[in-house]
Write a protein that binds this ligand. Sequence first.
Ligand code: ADP
Ligand code: MG
Length: 685
Amino acid sequence: MGRIRILPDQVANKIAAGEVVERPASVVKELLENSLDAGGTDLRVEVESGGRRLIRIADDGCGMLRDDALLAFERHATSKLRDVKDLLSIATLGFRGEALPSIASVSRLLLETRSPEETTGTRIEIAGGRMLRCEEAALGGGTVITVRDLFYNVPARRKFLRTEQTELAHIASLVTHYSLAHFRKTFLLITGATQLLHVTPVATLKERVYQVFGSQVLDELVEIGVRERALLMPPVSAPPSQSAGSAGSGYAADPEEPPSRTFRLTGFFSRPQVQKANRNSIFVFVNGRLIRDRLILHALSSAYYNLIPPSSYPFALLFLECDAEEVDVNVHPSKTEVRFRHGPFVHDFVRDTIRERLIESRPAPSFTPAPRPLSPGAQPAAGLPYSEFSQALANEEPAAGASVVEEPRSAVAAAPMPVAMGIDAPTSAEMLESAPEFSLRPSAGPAPRLDFTAPPLEVSPGPPPSGKLRRNLDAHGEFPADALPPPEMSLSVLSDLRPLGQIHESFIVAAGRDGLWIVDQHVAHERILFEQVMKQRAAGRVEMQRLLMPLIVQLTPEQQIDYARIADELHASGFETEPFGQRTLAVKAAPAAIGAANVERILFEILESVEGEVPGASLEDLRRNICASIACRAAIKINTRLDAGKMEWLLRALAATDCPMSCPHGRPIALHYSTRDVLKAFHRI
Ligand code: ADP
Ligand code: MG
């Protein structure tokens, strides 16, 4: 008698649930995706006790026919795929047909749905995968799914759930980010009587970012706009009949296909001054699907290379759109990972686009560049972690970031909460029972409610000085009405600055059209030299100086190995060296930018920077490291007096660099104190 058995459906569903339903936020994700796939435009999410006790998602989508509603709980039942060919071009968020049966097998689930094609709706009740009830019901259009007592029959899973606040934070973050991807739709998230997120349809992503994060965060972001790049397809040389057989590449098989595919990137990313300790503020959507993807994360880091310190991360909201055939979403049960058919192309497109936008916009830092918590006006849900993603990359998370997964983020928990808890009538009796313990609840009395039915969006620079300004100034001397220029958002203004002097012979103070600037002379010069050396290096002609006497340098055995590995690159960067006996090196020439006295120090510094690095580590990184070391040594030091001419030259040369925002190690170069800030500080506005 054989020992192998086919598992009953109930067991199979529970196994699938193990992958698909990790925590309450995974249920919210699957149900929200279904509602979006169903064409819903008004999405309401209600949770209790961090989703453990109740998750209810209501949509105004297409609903389900009676028969479909029953079928939906069968394993692998889906309306989104027909055959295996469809797997190559999935345009919906769902396609596996696993979510509903999985969720129903580990909870008590109630489905209420009606399709406009039927006059009555359907109500189905399932507990632990067993159908309890299926009946006709008088219902409005759309679908409401209520999931109670998640994991009530899987104690092992229940044990792994975190505190209610943490689970709620995951849900809030998830709903918030889906609301960013679908800004033309309404999203409401409530827990008990507390409304955590309410956004109504807007016309642009920018307005949605404003609704969710507030104007302060928006000010720190650079908008990508719409950037596209076409991927040229290999020419179809074989006649159609033959090429059909050589499928695999998909596109080559069809002679009707256009010869190129367009990739489009939109979204926002932060100025280099906004630096996060972990990747929790990076959100990537591919064709409307929230994913975690190493390739895109890497592209993003490369875009910021030499602009922010290596251990920091930016804030980013990236939306990549491409032909459905260009991305394989059938890689992971919870559909949070994808595989690109042309990964290197996507990587370079994302990296170049962000880098180009950073260079074009040259975002100016504000005077207080320290990373700020969310602005008080922001919706509380906005900055919370969604760990399914952060955990997926757990091995890459710095320790500081990891704790975020365990605890509700302190910045948010402690954030002032003017957010209103305009008390909506609770929609069910249970909601009256208890309000969940959630630290985001307001401590004080009523506050204005965050409702965005009429978004008061003001994203352009503020209006010129108002009557108020004039009035205030009357008593203290006239302030010309047109004296308040539009805020300077770009560092292109650097070349027009008038240097006034130095602070501590280290920082150049300069006046501009809009306020005051302080420039760190050392890092400014470092940036100028860095780009200069990089350009010379790229053109293959680094200026060299021949040393009067060869410099003899002693190496340790490790340094000798490192040296052998990078000798070619050192040579190309302007160092002419020769082995000189046992573990000794004779340096005959060095880059012209550095003084002869610095040569030895720089060589050791470079060797140290490559120490222990995996052999074959990116040549580009090595090159940048060498150039950064040269630039750093050669740059004017702090505590150096500069005359007006030198200061002017420095500012002009800095303005001409590609990235005047940060030095090659990621430190800011210039701080801006705007006229508006000055007026505010003097209480003149
Ligand atoms: P998938 O989304 O992968 O198809 P699910 O188990 O999530 O699988 O859902 C099964 C099917 O139930 C879907 O294909 C869809 O036809 C239907 N369905 C689920 N949720 C909704 C909804 N909110 N509105 C309309 N139809 C839905
Ligand atoms: Mg689904």
